[in-house]
Design a protein around this ligand. Structure first.
Ligand code: ZN
Length: 130
């Protein structure tokens, strides 16, 4: 049997990393997409306390089309945020801006697996150019 020396958190991140690496880059997947600017706000579980806010231009030739952002909770297990579907839906209808909120579906920490959800919040705004 295959046993892993990593904890559940690292193991999950590693699996997701493999999935991301195997995906085509954004430029390849969405040929009409010419630019993508991401603005994200990371919030505590209630959505009222903001940890940080960042805005950046995505390099479409480097960023993968499986588009994941790490959860702000350093001990989160099997969570994180995935904007892959949001991006696919936005480019399909040539949307220029998309905004929304995602709630982390992971576990709060290693000790709370299957007991307490992480529930950290990500508020995002995507600006797309074609
Ligand atoms: Zn989380």
């Amino acid at each position: 049997m295959y046993t892993h020396k990593l904890g559940p958190r690292a193991e999950y991140r590693e699996k997701q990393g493999v999935r991301v690496a195997a995906a085509p880059c954004l430029a390849e997947k969405y040929r009409k997409l010419k630019s993508l600017t991401v603005n994200v706000g990371y919030y505590a579980p209630t959505g009222t306390i903001k940890y940080r806010d960042l805005t950046y231009d995505v390099n479409l030739h480097h960023a993968k089309s499986v588009f994941r952002l790490d959860c702000a909770n350093d001990e989160c297990v099997q969570g994180d945020f995935d904007l892959t579907e949001e991006l696919a839906a936005a480019t399909a209808k040539r949307a220029k801006t998309v905004a929304g909120e995602l709630c982390c579906k992971g576990w709060q920490n290693k000790a709370s697996i299957k007991k307490i959800k992480c529930n950290h919040v990500l508020r995002y705004k995507l600006k797309l150019g074609y």
